[in-house]
Design a protein around this ligand. Structure first.
Ligand SMILES: Nc1ccn([C@@H]2O[C@H](COP(=O)(O)OP(=O)(O)OP(=O)(O)O)[C@@H](O)[C@H]2O)c(=O)n1
Ligand SMILES: C[C@](O)(CO)[C@H](O)COP(=O)(O)O
Length: 229
């Protein structure tokens, strides 16, 4: 297997409400994005890492993260787009021609573990497409535009999807090109694969693999790191 990792990190972090982009906030000893990159730098199965960043943050990523922490697997830091989907698509177009699998992982999910990375890659080798997720803990309701509840899906069939998501390179490229042609915007990569009628294997994730989105996630994150020490 030749594996390229695409890290979408080109969001604005609006829900965090900080001046600095949330991915560059410190979590203990290093920036959130540095925690994430560290996990892939240490994974022997990874051939290259591509960071997708906001145009104006490319130099910061190169100098303060890649050079400062000596992330030797990072081959490119490229510009993202308006949506996560556009950013990932830019990343896909930049992967090495020799790669046959692509792993996509949010820059804002720093608590990913080596064990989970290996598990989802193994599943992708078998099924061509795999994503990590956890059973939902709450009861989920479908509502209408008046906030009236329409129905209650069977919780035993619901999972909250996370990243990493790993795909055969040709499959994920086709899925993104198809979505682009149809003006379809999905909130994760797996949904683009599902819509071209390819199945995606679910790998049990972890409730600690959170996406740092709002201020309270930072406090939870500090506790996760303290527990792992
Ligand atoms: N145009 C975008 C939007 C998001 N992302 C990345 O996709 C991941 C998941 O997105 P999210 O956590 O929602 O980040 P933001 O879009 O930055 O958050 P917000 O919606 O609060 O602005 C993040 O690592 C984010 O940087 C991206 O690469 N390009
Ligand atoms: C891909 C993802 O992290 C899976 O949970 C999530 O869908 C990203 O959504 P966002 O709205 O771009 O944060």
């Amino acid at each position: 297997m030749k594996l390229s990792v695409v890290i979408p990190a080109a969001g604005q972090g609006k829900r965090m409400k900080t001046e600095k982009n949330k991915q560059f906030l410190m979590l203990n000893d290093k920036e959130i994005l540095a925690h994430t990159l560290n996990k892939f730098e240490s994974a022997s199965v990874v051939d290259e890492v591509i960071i997708v960043a906001r145009e104006e943050e490319i130099d910061y990523c190169k100098n303060k993260l890649v050079d400062n922490y000596d992330f030797g697997k990072v081959t490119k830091v490229i510009a993202g787009g308006e949506t996560r989907q556009e950013s990932v698509y830019n990343g896909l177009q930049a992967v090495k021609s020799t790669s046959n699998y692509v792993l996509i992982h949010d820059g804002a999910r720093p608590f990913i573990t080596a064990e989970l990375i290996n598990k989802v890659i193994t599943a992708a080798e078998k099924y061509d497409a795999a994503a990590v997720g956890v059973p939902v803990k709450d009861t989920i309701k479908v509502i209408n535009s008046d906030n009236m509840i329409i129905n209650t899906p069977d919780r035993s069939k619901l999972v909250a999807i996370q990243t990493p998501q790993v795909f055969d390179k040709e499959l994920i490229t086709e899925a993104y090109q198809n979505a682009l042609a149809d003006d379809f915007i999905g909130t994760d990569s797996a949904s683009l694969v599902e819509r071209i009628n390819q199945t995606v294997k679910l790998v049990q994730g972890s409730y600690e693999n959170i996406k740092i989105t709002t201020p309270e996630d930072l406090e939870f994150g500090e506790r996760i790191l303290a527990r792992r020490k």
